[in-house]
Ligand binder design. Structure first.
Ligand code: NDP
Length: 254
């Protein structure tokens, strides 16, 4: 037994949506844990570059729209070309769109499903052959408590359904690849203080309800998700696969 099991020295990670929010927090903790990371998102973020560079972490940023069918394979190829292998894939990129179902357009529906579901499958499919060849690897999907319960007061049927699909994809991939040393887990965050949720925090109709329904009475920080992602991606969780870890301040205890 050793705390070193929480370290990622020598490991190479690909993190989607790594330029801000939860993805950036994961990039930071991975850097501190000794990993080299390729981060991808549609836009570069100079603030993220400054944070990671100042701390001396070994990382690379490659832009790309995750919903473009060629992006996942291109990013996996780039990761292997740059760092020689791919040990960890963090499928974190995602979008949330609210709206009442009768008025919810096909365009919004397709955006949610292609970003939150299809790209998770494609990135996993692209990374698995290399992990298999290496004799192991870890995939970590960012799901949501919304994949386990329907949030109120906002309506978000497509988002909730997309995250339920991520959880089921996690279990299915875990089962398919467990015997090959590839672990697949998910985290299911509650309300986390990022660009995605801040619109809700400042909405006087939503914020009091969200807080009241969270037993801890506060929103989570991206670092509180990243800590759990580190655990699930490190050797410390070597017997965990197919898990969906709630990080929700107790929201789903009710
Ligand atoms: P942010 O909005 O801060 O970050 C979303 C990330 O996804 C950004 O890096 C964004 O980069 C990237 N992204 C979005 N669309 C695409 C795309 N088409 N191609 C490439 N990258 C894309 O939100 P969070 O950090 O909060 O979200 C991260 C994950 O956590 C998501 O999967 C979200 O669903 C999940 N989550 C968040 C919760 C919260 O309360 N914040 C709660 C539960 C789950 P860019 O826009 O530059 O492309």
């Amino acid at each position: 037994m050793s705390l070193n099991q929480f370290r990622l020295d020598g490991k190479v990670a690909l993190i989607t949506g790594g330029n801000r929010g939860i993805g950036l927090a994961v990039a930071e903790i991975f850097g501190e844990a000794g990993a080299k990371s390729v981060l991808t998102a549609r836009r570069d973020n100079p603030d993220a570059d400054e944070i990671l560079t100042k701390k001396g972490y070994d990382y690379d940023f490659v832009s790309g729209d995750a919903t473009d069918p060629e992006t996942p394979e291109r990013l996996v190829r780039h990761t292997i070309a740059k760092y020689g292998r791919i040990d960890i894939l963090v499928n974190n990129a995602g979008v949330a769109v609210h709206g009442d179902t009768p008025e919810f357009s096909d365009e919004k529906l397709e955006k949610i499903i292609s970003t939150n579901v299809v790209q998770v499958f494609r990135f996993s499919r692209a990374a698995l052959p290399a992990m298999r060849e290496q004799g192991g690897g870890v995939i970590l999907n960012v799901g949501s408590m919304s994949g386990l319960a329907s949030n109120v007061p906002q309506n978000q049927v497509a988002y909730n359904s997309s995250k339920a699909a991520v959880h089921m994809m996690t279990k299915s991939l875990a089962s398919e690849f467990a015997a090959e040393g590839i672990r697949v887990n998910a985290v299911a965050p509650g309300y986390i203080d990022t660009d995605m949720s801040r619109g809700g925090f400042s909405n006087p109709d939503w914020d009091p309800v969200w807080r009241r329904m969270t037993p801890m009475g506060r929103y989570g920080q991206p670092e509180e998700v990243a800590n759990c992602v580190l655990f699930l991606c490190s050797p410390a969780s070597s017997y965990v696969t197919g898990a969906v870890l709630l990080i929700d301040g107790g929201y789903l205890t009710r």
